[in-house]
Design a protein around this ligand. Structure first.
Ligand code: CA
Length: 229
């Protein structure tokens, strides 16, 4: 089945160029020329990816992106920005965009970014873990209830999210950058040190021997890995 892309862009010339380019690659392309229309279509129809221009009439690309994420829409979002300012990139990523491209761009670059995002989105659709047991620990991610040897353990919501992220990818190394993007969503003031501290807290609360963890491992120079046994 061909992948559906929503292009939200108000420059007719660019709409034509990008639509033709994507159609030639076998994508199914739909367009919207202003923010409100783009938001309505992205929220109500099934798209695999949205290309959002930042400067749009009615509602800018940042606002469209933020509202989509607030509604829980998890389609891939590629932002197009006319400015080369780093602030656009940071703001965009914070509001939930997955990638950005500065205008003018090379068509081949646009296609490469789209392919990468769609590939990542496919890989990312992991089944959600609702409950999980390891050693003498039982976690219920729905209720947030955690028990160790039958006794309740209190985890902060970020600790719980971090644990869930690692458990859903158990056996695989997860980098700090990935955790920064997906667990902390580029929150201001969060550094890799913040992540290390949260990992230390998790070990303190859940591991029998926090100094020599059995489940939450550090992979030197790479990140963290959860091993069920
Ligand atoms: Ca524009």
């Amino acid at each position: 089945m061909s992948r559906r892309i929503l292009l939200v862009e108000d420059e007719p010339g660019l709409v034509l160029t990008i639509s033709d380019l994507l159609a030639a690659e076998g994508y199914q392309v739909e367009t919207a020329a202003d923010g409100p229309t783009g938001l309505a279509r992205a929220a109500n129809e099934a798209f695999d990816l949205a290309i959002l221009d930042v400067m749009l009439p009615g509602k800018n690309g940042f606002e469209v992106c933020r509202e989509l994420r607030q509604q829980g829409r998890d389609l891939a979002v590629l932002m197009l920005t006319a400015k080369t300012q780093i602030v656009d990139r940071v703001v965009g990523l914070k509001l939930g965009a997955d990638d950005y491209l500065t205008k003018p761009f090379d068509p081949a670059e646009l296609l490469a970014r789209i392919e990468a995002l769609l590939r990542r989105a496919r890989k990312e659709s992991l089944p959600r873990v609702l409950r999980f047991r390891f050693g003498n620990v039982a976690v219920d991610f729905e209720s947030g209830e955690v028990r160790k040897e039958g006794l309740p353990v209190t985890l902060a919501s970020k600790e719980l999210q971090l644990l869930r992220y690692l458990i859903e990818r158990r056996g695989k190394v997860v980098s700090r950058d990935e955790l920064l993007a997906h667990v902390w969503e580029y929150q201001t003031g969060v550094s890799s040190r913040t992540i290390d501290v949260h990992v230390a807290w998790l070990r303190q609360k859940l591991e029998d021997y926090p100094q020599t963890p059995k489940y939450i491992h550090t992979v030197r120079g790479m990140g963290y890995r959860f091993s069920p046994e």
